[in-house]
Design a protein around this ligand. Structure first.
Ligand code: FUL
Length: 454
């Protein structure tokens, strides 16, 4: 392929798998970090913790699920094993597990059952880095890890998401492990074909690059295979911008096409944003949950920014979600419900009023009555590919007759969902009956899945 336009067209038809589409619908789910760290105050356990320290006397997974649901989350991922190697389930491959603690019950089972009772999806995290296993740093460790995966994939019902932590530290005597990821992924496809796999580099879901919910201005789900080398390549080598070696700083708009750099090809791999409700991943008595404003802002930037939000909620040393977090989660859920309570555009037709070229078009949507618009939620039909690169929104007047000159929103990517928050300070009190969305740049013809107005 030589012509730049052909590259762009190929990029426009990179599509998600069914499981990736389902994952995007799940959208907002919880991380649950609990292990000996909950009792020792550490964030990274050393691996030599005595199982006797794991002693939550009031543990109640139904209470966790209620708190998670109150925020509007639809699934939860538990740390079946964190870096300290302590297993929260009844594994036959190591004695360093919960059955040998005062708690003495299979917590993964209790949690999976509670998720099912509560009607949310169940997923797990299994740390490849293991500071306890004597096998770590040898080939035998990969077999040990695979056996543990099989136990978790086959013993606890349907799994929606499997989370691979990228941390790869040293084991006993400074030994390093080479993780055989492809073998691990094969097991997941075999036993839980509908589960999405999170890994820094795909195959299904990638890391957004930080743990502070700082998403990119343009967050693409179509990215270069150099970044997500475990995902399936869907295009010939393509021009691509962005410094791919620095995903942590989130500056590059990875996925943005230019004719200056080349990638081996593009893949579909959306971003997950993992962030904790508090500073740490594990519960520490002195830490407070983030403010409601901060959490709601994270929600807008992630769920409303073509990503999924995985919000960590750590149980405390009683085995309960701390009352402060319970309160904040409910506030967040109430706020999301209130802000998005009524779709003023329900049943309204999205009209394509102008096609300037394949990459430039204009859409309009008229509401039944003039409304004070605070949010416009755009969704692309991803089964056709992620295509929008740049857009503007204008309002008409309150009769829907006269187009106003000023731009109320400038945006870049849309993808699964873009929530455009119309700046309240500037436009407060502004009433409109009709909106215009001008696509100033797209990879190919644009297809909206829906437009909702709140
Ligand atoms: C990181 C880990 O090192 C943290 O402890 C935490 O589990 C976070 C979700 O992933 O890589």
């Amino acid at each position: 392929m030589s012509d730049f336009r052909d590259f762009v067209k190929a990029a426009a038809s990179v599509v998600p798998s069914k499981r990736q589409l389902d994952w995007f619908e799940t959208n907002f789910y919880a991380f649950v970090h609990i292990c000996p760290n909950t009792f020792t105050g550490l964030e990274w356990g050393l691996g030599n913790e005595d199982p006797a320290c794991f002693n939550p006397t009031e543990l109640d997974c139904d209470q966790w699920v209620e708190a998670i649901k109150s925020a509007g989350m639809k699934g939860a991922v538990i740390t079946a094993k964190h870096h300290d190697g302590f297993c929260l389930w009844d594994t036959k491959y190591t004695d360093h597990n919960i059955m040998n603690s005062p708690y003495g019950k299979d917590l993964v089972k209790e949690f999976a059952d509670a998720c099912r009772r509560g009607g949310i999806k169940f997923g797990f995290y299994l740390s490849p880095w293991d500071r306890n296993s004597k096998l770590y740093g040898t080939e035998a460790y990969n077999e040990y890890y695979r056996n543990q995966l099989i136990e978790l994939l086959t013993g606890y019902g349907e799994v929606f998401h499997v989370w691979f932590d990228g941390s790869c530290g040293e084991g006993p005597e400074g030994k390093k492990q080479e993780y055989t990821y492809r073998e691990y992924f094969d097991l997941i496809r075999k036993y839980q074909p509908n589960a999405t796999i999170f890994n820094d580099h795909g195959p299904d879901v990638r890391w957004c690059g930080n743990e502070s919910a700082s998403t990119r201005h343009a967050e693409w789900a179509v990215v270069p295979s150099e970044l997500c080398y475990y995902a399936e390549v869907q295009t010939p080598p393509s021009p691509i911008a962005g410094d791919l070696t620095h995903m942590e700083n989130c500056d590059p708009e990875i996925g943005t096409l230019t004719n200056s750099m080349y990638s081996k090809g593009l893949v579909f791999c959306g971003a997950e944003v993992d962030v904790s409700i508090r500073k740490g991943w594990f519960w520490h008595p002195e830490e407070e949950p983030h403010s409601l404003e901060k959490l709601f802002d994270m929600y807008l930037r992630t769920v409303g920014g073509n990503a999924c939000l995985n919000l960590n909620v750590p149980p405390d040393n009683r085995g309960l979600i701390d009352e402060r977090d319970v309160k904040r989660l409910k506030e967040l859920g109430d706020k999301i419900k209130a802000e998005f309570a009524h779709d003023h555009a329900e049943g309204c037709e999205i009209k394509r009023v102008e096609t300037r070229s394949e990459s430039q078009s204009v859409f309009e949507l008229e509401l039944p009555k003039a409304t004070h618009i605070r949010y416009i939620e755009l969704r692309e039909d991803l089964t056709k590919g992620q295509r929008i690169e740049d857009f503007r929104i204008h309002f008409y007047d309150e009769k829907g007759e006269k187009l106003q000159e000023y731009i109320v929103y400038y945006g870049t990517t849309v993808g699964n969902r873009k929530i455009c928050a119309i700046c309240r300070d500037m436009w407060d009190g502004l009433i409109s009956k009709k909106i215009r969305i001008t696509i100033t740049s797209a990879r190919d013809e644009v297809h909206f899945k829906s437009i909702r107005i709140f």
